[in-house]
Write a protein that binds this ligand. Structure first.
Ligand code: HEC
Length: 314
């Protein structure tokens, strides 16, 4: 006789489970897929390239296959002085971000402008390309879009890299951030509370179109980093802090990341960690006046990627 009750119970359970699935998974999905990307989302797509994190193309998370963000102060084609411009260089073969591959990711207005003004229908992985984020007015609303400058302005990859004032390897750096587990302690998500007085503006829904993974963080044991590059833009401070956080914050619980230097300094000389530690201990117990110097990192070291990423978080 108990059978009937079991049946009612399992139907009730099924209905409750299905309803909660619809409310928590399906309905937010509708909201997100109707959200138009912000300029921030477009900049992130072009900075980080294809999915930045575990990927079959880079299973050991070396930060391969990422675009180079450059700062330009002169036109790569004509050499004329221009206002400071950020461009994104995808060398031939660099995988494209989802916003350039899937038409629906950024929203209809952005997609239309990117094709009509930005010529992004001529995108090619084999040829690579130089991209910009531009703005125009569509239906009375200021709308950002992606421009393929190699087509619209004749900016070749080589000329753009040569004209660049600075190369920022933040795409590879995001992979380091994920691989090293920085998100165990740090969030990239100031909340809509008084939180933003210390950590800056909370992100908007449209800031995340096409980004995966988002590195929001799990829970916060350390300062939020979403805008850290705005409050601290010192490469030297970052170098010291990553080499040994206790060098600049005596009671920091943050681990050392000295191994990201890859064992050598900028000149290719081996780094003697044991000697450095000995000198640091001497500094801490007062038998030495100055702390030991932190070695300058090599241009293609993993710490360079990570510092580029952190300073790029504005
Ligand atoms: C065990 C927790 C922990 C982990 C893991 C960790 N951090 Fe930190 N981090 C801290 C704490 C605590 C502070 C604040 C004290 C200090 O400056 O050291 C901090 C400070 C910082 C700051 C300065 C923040 C500011 O507001 O100026 C940066 C930048 C930073 N961490 C980046 C990183 C990156 C990148 C990683 C991964 C490679 C990382 N951290 C991993 C705990 C952590």
């Amino acid at each position: 006789m108990g059978f009937r009750e079991y049946r009612i119970g399992s139907i009730m359970f099924g209905v409750a489970l299905a309803t909660s699935m619809v409310v928590t998974i399906y309905m937010p999905g509708l909201d997100i897929s109707n959200t138009t990307a912000t300029a921030t989302a477009l900049e992130k797509q072009l900075t980080y390239g294809k999915v930045a994190g575990f990927d079959y193309g880079d299973p050991f998370l070396h930060g391969d296959d990422k675009p180079i963000k450059v700062i330009l102060k002169k036109d790569p084609k004509t050499g004329a002085t221009i206002d400071e411009t950020v461009a994104y260089v995808f060398k031939p073969g660099t995988s494209l971000p989802s916003g350039l591959v899937h038409e629906h990711i950024n929203g209809a207005a952005i997609q239309a402008l990117s094709v009509s003004l930005g010529k992004t229908d001529q995108v090619s992985v084999e040829a690579g390309g130089v991209y910009l984020v531009e703005k125009s007015v569509k239906d009375g609303v200021e709308t950002p879009y992606i421009e393929l400058a190699s087509v619209t302005r004749g900016w070749t990859i080589d000329a753009t890299l040569k004209a660049a004032d600075q190369e920022i390897l933040a795409g590879s750096g995001k992979v380091m951030f994920i691989r090293e587990g920085c998100w165990w302690c740090h969030t990239l998500l100031p909340e809509q509370t008084h939180d933003w007085q210390s950590f800056g503006r909370p992100p908007m829904l449209g800031d995340f179109n096409g980004e995966s993974p988002t590195t929001f963080g799990s829970d916060r044991k350390a300062p939020d980093l979403l805008h850290v590059g705005s409050r601290n833009s010192s490469k030297e401070w970052m170098m010291m802090h990553f080499f040994n956080p206790r060098l600049v914050q005596p009671h920091s619980i943050m681990p050392r990341y000295d191994y990201l230097w890859g064992g050598v300094d900028k000149k290719g000389n081996n780094i003697d960690l044991a000697k450095w530690d000995e000198e640091f201990d001497a500094y801490r117990d007062g038998s030495r006046v100055y702390p030991p110097e932190v070695p300058e990192y090599a241009d293609n070291s993993e710490i360079r990627y990570l510092i580029d990423y952190v300073l790029d978080l504005k």
